[in-house]
Design a protein around this ligand. Structure first.
Ligand code: CP
Length: 323
């Protein structure tokens, strides 16, 4: 581990607090890590001896598995804790849970929690590095980073590119991390969806707002299509799922009318036939599974950097010789 200050700080809580250079550093560090997942033996000893706890208090497939693969491919020891089956279900607080885990000499905590601010709350109270794997409607920084990497793979640079975030922006931590990251890297950003699913402050966020999906498709070079977060809605945000698909659904007919090829992204899990139709999700412009693949490399890069790995040694780290 290096003694120099960590170039991305102690924790990864959101893209709001990172500079453009720090974001670029994470993306660049992820590049050499992509290749490890292509190998027959997908393992290097870079984080051998480190212990990482994955605390998932909300459902997850992609993020939880992706972090676990990233940790295992770097040879860290990992433990998974879910709310059900842990003492949280008996009323133990988040901080007590984390402090008890720290007493067993851990190095990092990856946390997903339903409360906005939970990761930052924890980071201020424990010594271990904390990585936010999604906190309420606040941020999902590693999703934002993997989206940026996927767009950079496609476009070469984000500077000046037109990216529209479509759908349930109001409830979306993915939207917030994307907004911060895209703008810091110089992209032009728009949002599209019903006004009832936009934050009140959207007009002050420096993004273009479309209320018709056809206009968004005409403008954009990439659409990042968000899931309708029905579990976070009480009632009354949209008339019905069918109506939402009719007005805002990204369908093949709409995409075919676009004046250019459009990159199709979705953070998952998808509501097929609601915000996105299957023939778009599985179509030739979709990079949805590339996003998932890039997620492992991004998480490896974040783990590596937080563990004190030096960015300039990431290339040799993948052969197990540097950190
Ligand atoms: N993109 C994302 O956060 O997916 P999961 O909820 O499956 O982790």
């Amino acid at each position: 581990m290096s003694a120099v200050p960590n170039p991305i700080g102690k924790d990864l809580l959101g893209l709001e607090e990172l500079t453009a250079d720090q974001i670029r550093l994470i993306l660049d560090t992820a590049e050499p890590f992509k290749e490890i997942s292509e190998r027959q033996i997908k393992k290097v000893p870079t984080l051998r001896g480190m212990t990482i706890v994955n605390l998932f208090f909300e459902a997850s497939t992609r993020t939880r598995v992706s972090f676990e693969f990233a940790e295992k491919r770097l040879s860290a020891d990992t433990v998974n804790v879910a709310a059900s089956g842990s003492s949280v279900s008996k009323g133990e607080t988040l901080v007590d849970t984390a402090r008890n885990l720290e007493s067993m000499k851990i190095d990092m905590v990856v946390i997903r929690h339903g409360a906005s601010g939970a990761a930052s709350f924890l980071a201020r109270r424990i010594e271990s590095n904390v990585i936010n794997a999604g906190d309420g409607t606040h941020e999902h920084p590693t999703q934002g980073l993997l989206d940026l990497l996927t767009l950079r793979d496609r476009f070469g640079t984000l500077e000046g590119r037109r990216v529209c975030i479509c759908g349930d922006v109001l409830h979306s931590r993915v939207a917030r991390s994307n907004l911060w990251g895209l703008r810091k890297l110089g992209a032009q950003v728009a949002v599209c969806g019903p006004r009832s699913l936009m934050p009140n402050a959207i007009d002050d966020m420096g993004v273009q707002v479309f209320t018709r999906i056809e206009e968004a498709i005409e403008w954009a070079e990439a659409l990042n299509i968000l899931r309708l977060q029905l579990e976070r809605m009480q009632a009354g945000y949209i008339p019905s799922l069918r109506e939402y698909n009719r007005v805002f659904g990204v369908t093949r007919e709409r995409i075919e009318r676009a004046p250019r090829d459009i990159v199709i992204m979705h953070p998952g899990p998808m509501n097929r036939g609601v915000e996105i139709d299957s023939d778009v999700a599985d179509g030739e412009h979709s990079v949805i599974l590339d996003q998932v693949t890039n997620g492992v490399a991004i998480r490896m890069a974040v783990l590596y950097l937080l563990a004190g790995g030096r960015p300039e040694l990431a290339e040799s780290a993948k052969s197990g010789t540097g950190r």
